[in-house]
Design a protein around this ligand. Structure first.
Ligand code: PGA
Length: 248
């Protein structure tokens, strides 16, 4: 049986004070439910939030990770560095990274491999733009995004990884994929794994992301292949985030 997982992606929001307050408020509202919960915070607040969540149910994650082990890569943060802060997760290949900072499929695969090498679970984001969906390219785009990681790290690497299906057109737009639309793609993704390793496919956590809110979370999470969510905007409010968590 797969455990549900709800992950907050704070993106480039907040201050040191607000990060500490948000993490504290989330912790205060946790009720020991069985689902997993994590927050992916800005790098510079990993230390503050890490100290708060140490030994609690709330896991720590980063929003990205360097594609190289170490060296002259100005501005990058390595998986080894994240390990120092006890990061359990690192998002890789978020569509904002792909669209605004040029993260290619190959680079995302390298980031994925770096995280794994340090025992950090990569959360690999995949998903199509509106134009790609309208041109019936959704599955092709997802294949390309997955194949780049299969080629570099192999399928079995996903036994320590998470996938987030995030249709780009649904991120931060208030336009959520319908439960059926999301389920269709989740099922497709799980099928790609089932062809290669049935046991792994059965255990793989596949999250949905894109305008998940307290009002739509329950229906999305009830779909058979949706194992939780990657939450952006609604994770910046402790109450909303906790309501979504309880829906899982
Ligand atoms: P959103 O973001 O919930 O604000 O749509 C999701 C994400 O980008 O992970």
């Amino acid at each position: 049986m797969r455990r549900s997982l709800v992950v907050g992606n704070w993106k480039m929001n907040g201050t040191q004070a607000s990060a500490i307050k948000l993490a504290s408020d989330i912790l205060a509202g946790l009720n020991g439910a069985d689902a997993e919960i994590a927050v992916c915070v800005p790098y510079v607040y990993l230390s503050d939030v890490g100290q708060l969540v140490k030994g609690t149910q709330l896991a720590l994650g980063a929003q990205n990770v360097g594609d190289q082990e170490s060296g002259a890569y100005t501005g990058e943060i390595s998986a080894t560095m994240l390990k120092d802060f006890d990061c359990k997760f690192a998002i890789v290949g978020h569509s904002e990274r792909r669209a605004y900072y040029g993260d290619s499929n190959a680079m995302v695969a390298a980031r994925f491999a770096q995280a794994l090498a340090q025992g950090i679970k990569p959360i690999l984001c995949v998903g199509e733009t509106l134009q790609q969906r309208e041109q019936d390219q959704t599955f092709q785009v997802i294949d390309e995004e997955l194949d780049a990681v299969f080629d570099l790290a192999g399928v079995d690497a996903f036994s320590d990884a998470v996938i987030a299906y995030e249709p780009v057109w649904a991120i931060g737009t208030g336009m959520t994929a319908s439960d059926q639309q999301a389920q269709e793609v989740h099922q497709y993704i799980r099928g790609r794994f089932a062809d290669k390793n049935a046991a792994l496919a059965e255990n793989l956590q596949i999250l949905y992301g894109g305008s998940v809110k307290p009002g739509n979370a329950k229906a999305l999470f009830a779909m058979p292949d949706i194992d939780g969510g990657l939450i952006g905007g609604a994770s910046l409010d402790a109450d909303s985030f906790l309501q979504i968590y309880r829906a899982a």
